[in-house]
Design a protein around this ligand. Structure first.
Ligand SMILES: [Mg+2]
Length: 390
């Protein structure tokens, strides 16, 4: 088939708060061809990402992300890989490009899967899917008491693992952080897995992160995630060398296979967390999953938005039995819930990738009308992009 159209919609909650919750807005992508539609979501700032798709060519290595996509052939996975390679070449100097491309690339896989009546994971070469333990991904509360409540809610909802992140962690001193960690452990009970996400709060400061490690050991944290900036590989390795007993997780910031590769090789992370909505889509994420397998590192998805994004992030590692954890956005904003139906966990708190064609999730545009933001990008009066009607 030929790719006939690519459409972007910027969706937003009525109120967007200054908190670490990425589900407050969304950039939805639809790719049409052969009488079918594929869907994707960029994990990115929507308006800058739309601009990356349509901004006029600056020079040979800085073209609009959409250049060459419409009219291209889409008949098998190699066509997607070829388009991805070309996109990297023509957007070399275009830092937002991987974020924009991610949503398109995901939609291409969804479309191809639907055209072939095959789930995306099977197009990636996997024969079957293995269930993953879903961990509830939530923010730390404003107070330890709130964190305790959040933890109790996760257990009541049937989760056997939960991650607490962002919020006040790292901002109010070592004792305040200890109180939050103890509250999280108390709320989860002794059995559940407790994961902790520092949200890059310590930037490059290894000593500040080191001061939290005793408390993390005391609450038996299953991992300490992103203590430092996404590319601070030296700092990750330094912390790991000093505290070998606390597993370290990172990689969600990766917007290329190489960034993830460096987090594993030089940052020495124990868990590599990949967001298909950032790294360039499902193809690059799959390449990282295979590198992780070869390196004896645990691959896990990063997802904090819709279940369309969750389904996309599951595909690259759905077929690996050893990669058995899955980030599950447990409390996203209503916008994320309205983008697609939820992927449900089973009675044991396990989740599996869908057996349906493509990504196996349907997007109901009519439900999203109320979130639609009107955007227009023009240069010298010529309109390059305006929000398509729903
Ligand atoms: Mg994180």
């Amino acid at each position: 088939m030929k790719i006939e159209a690519v459409d972007f919609w910027y969706l937003r909650m009525p109120v967007v708060e200054d908190i670490g919750d990425g589900s407050q807005d969304a950039l939805l992508v639809r790719v049409s061809g052969g009488g079918q539609e594929g869907w994707g979501e960029c994990e990115a700032a929507p308006v800058t990402s739309i601009a990356a798709a349509y901004a006029p060519m600056s020079h040979e290595a800085c073209k609009p992300v959409l250049d060459g996509v419409i009219g291209a052939t889409l008949d098998d996975p190699d066509d997607i890989l070829r388009l991805s390679r070309r996109q990297r070449r023509i957007c070399m100097d275009h830092l937002q490009a991987p974020h924009t491309w991610s949503g398109i690339e995901i939609a291409l896989w969804d479309l191809l899967g639907k055209a072939r009546s095959a789930p995306v994971w099977s197009l990636l070469g996997h024969r079957k899917v293995f269930p993953k333990r879903a961990y509830a991904s939530v923010l730390f509360g404003a107070s330890p008491q709130d964190t305790l409540q959040n933890a109790r809610q996760a257990v009541a909802a049937g989760f056997t693992a939960a991650k607490f992140g962002w919020g006040p962690f790292g901002t109010a001193g070592v004792e305040a952080d200890r109180d939050h960690l103890l509250a999280a452990r108390e709320g989860l009970g002794p059995e559940a897995m407790l994961l902790v996400d520092a949200g890059q709060i310590f930037d490059r400061d290894v000593e500040a992160a080191a001061e939290r490690m005793a408390a993390l050991e005391d609450v038996r944290a299953g991992w300490f995630e992103e203590p430092f900036g996404g590319e601070c590989h030296k700092q990750y390795a330094a912390l790991k060398a000093r505290f070998p007993n606390v597993p370290i997780a990172g990689g969600e910031a990766a917007h290329s296979v190489e960034m993830a590769e460096h987090a594993m090789e030089f940052g020495r992370v124990d868990f590599i967390q990949i967001d298909t909505g950032r790294i360039g889509g499902i193809g690059p994420a799959s390449a990282v999953a295979e590198m992780a397998r070869q390196g004896g590192i645990q691959f896990v998805n990063h997802t904090f938005t819709s279940h369309l994004a969750l389904s996309a992030s599951l595909q690259p590692f759905a077929g690996y039995e050893a990669f058995d954890l899955c980030e599950y956005p447990a409390n996203p904003k209503q916008l994320a819930r309205d983008i697609s139906a939820s992927l449900q966990c089973d009675a044991d708190g396990l989740i599996s990738a869908s057996e349906k064609p493509g990504l196996g999730v349907d997007v109901d545009l009519a439900k999203l009308k109320k979130y639609l933001q009107q955007v227009e990008i023009s240069v010298n009066g010529k309109i390059l992009y305006s929000t398509p009607p729903i």
